[in-house]
Design a binder for this molecule. Structure first.
Ligand code: FES
Length: 154
């Protein structure tokens, strides 16, 4: 069952949506904010709470790559690997991140601080290469500026 805080936060967003179905993505985002990721159990709880079929909620959770279906580190690093960022060197950034975080794409650093993921276009192609650390978008990232970004925790 969703916690009281989760239900309160979802209901705070509800007036912004015409249907419970449309509220689904925000509900998942809210639950993820409380729990760090959206487990199978959490999917069922959201489906029950919104009165939606589990298959619908699962479809939404699978479609949006910012809904994490497995435990992640304290912060998630999303490196754009679409064409503009690829041309501008996202592979070099990924190599640096793999070495610095001691994990591969899809993994979490041994200290649990960061999970490293790739993502399709983050919508800032003019500033490639681009990555997100947590909720913050970083543009024109270079191998030289990367340690500073990580030092600040995003
Ligand atoms: S291709 Fe990377 S932000 Fe668009």
């Amino acid at each position: 069952m969703l916690s009281e805080e989760e239900r309160r936060d979802i209901e705070r967003e509800a007036p912004n949506y015409a249907t419970r179905k449309a509220l689904c993505i925000d509900a998942l985002r809210i639950v993820q904010g409380h729990r760090g990721y959206v487990s199978d159990q959490a999917l069922q709880e959201v489906a029950d709470y919104l009165g939606l079929p589990l298959s619908h909620v699962e479809g939404v959770a699978t479609f949006y790559n910012l809904i994490f279906r497995h435990p992640v580190g304290a912060r998630v690093i999303l490196v754009c690997d679409s064409v503009s960022c690829w041309i501008m060197g996202c592979e070099r950034l990924l190599d640096r991140l793999r070495a610095h975080l001691e994990t591969d794409v899809g993994g979490t650093s041994p200290d649990g601080r960061y999970t490293l993921l790739t993502a399709p276009c983050l919508g800032a192609c003019d500033f490639a290469p681009v990555l997100m650390i947590g909720e913050t978008l970083h543009r024109d990232v270079t191998a030289e500026t990367l340690p500073d970004l990580l030092g600040k925790g995003g």
